[in-house]
Design a protein around this ligand. Structure first.
Ligand code: 13P
Ligand code: SF4
Length: 295
């Protein structure tokens, strides 16, 4: 009722708990899908059921809309690892290489970079910008593992930054081996924010939505999603025939977003995300370059 009264939509990331994801989310998906929805949706208010950088991305792409986040403390270890000043220094030192940033960063960092990427299109973005700049070297910040995995996938030299996702860096190739021993025949899926040896040992790598699509299309008998815990809950309810084995890590930032806080957010119109228009204009160029890439 409140959503209708206020012409509001809730954008729910795949890592939201099922009560949010399945009951109140109007649009669900990975960070790229949610960014596309923010740009296109016909609504006055967006409630971002996700973390702070995602709400900033929505505001950058939809500056005329009111963007709310139910808890401003919902951060991200990757976004906290790098500043706009860091990127300026990188560009000074390496002026001939394009700088790509994973969207998991502040608006200020996006404003300093040539293009953004998400885990679903990182390889495609790196290939496109390397061709555009006619270079064999691309800088991809701030996720060192995503960068290494993209380098392995594309053969392009990728320089990086020592940031990591605190959820995915916890998984190891040993975990994969132990899971295979304990559950013969299990299919193991992992996102590219995991260390490279984890991806080598896994059966398939992709963004959160790519993992969900894999389960829906392949219907494996037994599956492990080496990622945030709510992901298995959400994918499991859409695939009742698949047996989910659930080692997982909680993202403390995503888990700050709860159903009661979403209700408060809509009732009291808080907390509004504002991005300095000068920064937003530059950041929008980097995000739109990504969003407009053919897929
Ligand atoms: P995607 O939604 O792009 O797969 O990213 C996962 C993530 O960790 C976002 O915080
Ligand atoms: Fe950041 Fe990792 Fe949490 Fe996503 S899961 S918000 S990348 S810390």
């Amino acid at each position: 009722r409140l959503k209708k009264e206020k012409n509001a939509v809730i954008l729910a990331h795949n890592y939201m708990t099922p009560d949010i994801f399945q009951l109140v989310g109007d649009f669900r998906g990975d960070s790229l899908q949610l960014a596309r929805e923010a740009a296109n949706v016909d609504a006055d208010i967006i409630v971002q059921a996700g973390v702070h950088f995602m709400a900033e991305t929505s505001k950058i792409l939809a500056p005329e809309k009111t963007v709310l986040i139910p808890d401003t403390r919902a951060g991200c270890s990757l976004a906290a690892s790098i500043t706009g000043a860091d990127v300026r220094l990188i560009k000074e030192k390496f002026p001939n290489y394009p700088v790509v940033t994973y969207v998991n960063c502040t608006a200020e960092v996006k404003a300093e970079c040539h293009i953004t990427c998400t885990s679903s299109n990182a390889a495609q973005v790196v290939e496109a910008i390397a061709a555009e700049w006619n270079t064999d070297t691309v800088i991809l910040v701030p996720d060192q593992y995503l960068a290494k995995n993209v380098a392995a996938q594309t053969g392009i030299r990728v320089m990086t930054w020592p940031g990591a996702c605190e959820v995915h860096e916890m998984f190891s190739a040993d975990d994969v081996e132990q899971l295979r021993e304990a559950h013969p025949g299990v299919v193991i899926l992992a996102p590219p924010e995991c260390p490279p040896d984890v991806l080598e040992a896994a059966d398939f790598a992709g963004s959160t939505s790519a993992l969900a699509n894999y389960v829906a299309e392949e219907s494996p008998n037994k599956v492990v999603l080496l990622t945030e815990c709510s992901m298995s809950d959400n994918v499991a309810s859409a695939n009742p025939n698949v047996n989910f084995i659930r080692p997982c890590n909680l993202c403390p930032h995503m888990k700050r977003i709860t159903l009661p806080k979403i209700l408060d957010s809509l009732c009291e119109m808080k907390e509004e995300i504002l991005v300095d228009p000068a920064i937003a204009d530059r950041a929008r160029l980097a995000v739109e370059r990504m969003v407009n890439l053919k897929h």
